[in-house]
Design a binder for this molecule. Structure first.
Ligand code: UD1
Length: 384
């Protein structure tokens, strides 16, 4: 598939929180190329609350989007359908050379699908990751986006193997490293101190000396079923007897806790619940933590880059390098396993880990270089 509108901009797409830290360095690298690569930014509006959205744009220095589809929340089908419907006229007007999507959220797949149906090239950043769990909505988004992408940028070697096994031609795959880690390295010096964030959210002053854990939780597999959620929160309460816990709470998790009347489980002296933090606050908190508990994909990578032990509350990971080389341990959602992993880290300090190949802060520059060469190729020009 070749781009239909040669000479048009590369239209970058974001929709949900984890997209923002991935797009920021890509846009910066495209703007910084000589000559700059023409770029436009579209936000689907999948995430819209200021705490999930605009505070990230500010913290990461992302330009204001040129377009916002304002789709908001809905069932997966309705959310995806709305993006499909609202994205098409933008493509008709803008005539981009390609649509660039990142990650694995609903916005990623929906925009890729509209583009490919219109004969516009699709570029996927963070391609090829696989949890092999088709029960995860993100896994469906990953597999399908990769199938319809023309250029696939990967973060780790396993991704290339996955793509080749699924029949993607090798010539489309480029191992460039991890754009999320570009953002991490770029932002580290700006990170807000953990002491400041903790005190702002009411943590006792001695948490700095005692050490603390950071918790994030939002996967449907952990928060949608009240029995599972109760068990996980019970484990967190138990952990807080050994180590204070700062729980940064995604809106869907907060809603589920309220809906099922589980707030009392978290009423312990050593747990603070805070709203979703800005990127620089979260970075400072993770960097200073003794360990991080999470079901997020990106946080598994960020903790590996930071060298902070990570306990992943999922049955699998699409980012195996964080386990093989990094600081990540995947334990599932059973309270015994979560507690055993935490006790092990408190006893031993956790896995030392090392930073994976090409997680060096320069992935976006590599992407920009490939894009330049790809756009300049003679066979691409011929379709004009
Ligand atoms: C989405 C991504 C997930 C990613 C996560 C990060 C998909 C399938 N999932 O999950 O991969 O890890 O973002 O946050 O795309 N809500 C708000 N305010 C917002 C956005 C959402 O209150 O700004 C609430 C709404 O109740 C909404 C729910 O969160 O129904 C779920 O939002 P949605 O965008 O569907 O998925 P996430 O769980 O955020």
């Amino acid at each position: 598939m070749l781009p239909r509108f040669v000479g048009g901009p590369i239209l970058c797409v974001v929709g949900a929180r984890p997209n923002f830290m991935k797009i920021a360095p890509v846009i910066r690298a495209m703007n910084g190329a000589t000559p700059p690569l023409p770029v436009r930014l579209l936000h689907t509006g999948q995430h819209y609350d200021p705490e999930m959205n605009s505070q990230y744009f500010q913290g990461l220095g992302i330009p204001d989007p040129d377009f916002n589809l304002e789709v908001g929340s809905a069932s997966h089908a309705v959310q995806t359908a709305e993006i499909l419907r609202r994205f098409e006229p933008v493509l008709d007007r803008e005539r981009p050379a390609a649509v660039l999507v990142v990650g694995d959220v609903n916005s990623t797949l929906a925009c890729a699908l509209v583009a490919v149906k219109k004969g516009i090239a699709v570029i996927h950043v963070e391609a090829g990751l696989r949890s092999f769990d088709r029960g995860m909505p993100e896994e469906i988004n990953r597999v399908l986006t990769d199938q319809i992408s023309d250029l696939l940028f990967t973060t780790e070697k396993s991704a290339r193997e996955n793509l080749l096994r699924e029949g993607i031609p090798e010539s489309r795959i480029h191992f460039v490293g991890n754009v999320m880690i570009d953002t991490l390295r770029y932002s580290l010096k700006e990170a807000v101190s953990a002491a400041q964030t903790l005190s702002q959210h009411g943590a006792p002053a001695d948490w700095g000396q005692r050490g603390f854990a950071v918790l994030t939780l939002h996967r449907p597999s952990n928060v949608d079923d009240p029995g599972t959620l109760r068990a996980v929160l019970g484990a967190i309460r138990e952990i807080s007897r050994r180590l204070p816990v700062a729980f940064t709470m995604h809106p869907r998790t907060r809603a589920k806790i309220e809906q099922h009347g589980l707030g009392a489980v978290l009423e312990a002296a050593s747990i603070i619940c805070v709203p979703p933090l800005g990127y620089l606050e979260m970075l400072g908190l993770m960097q200073a933590a003794r360990l991080v508990l999470t079901d997020s994909g990106g946080i598994q990578e960020e903790t590996t880059a930071l060298g902070v032990p990570c306990v992943t509350l999922r049955e699998n990971t699409e980012r195996p390098i964080t386990v093989e080389q990094g600081t990540n341990t995947v334990v599932g959602s059973s309270p015994e396993h979560i507690l055993a992993a935490v006790d092990d880290i408190l006893r031993t300090g956790g896995k030392a880990g090392r930073v994976p190949e090409l997680w060096d802060g320069r992935a976006s520059q590599r992407i920009a270089a490939v894009l330049r060469e790809w756009l300049d190729r003679a066979d691409v020009r011929r379709v004009a």
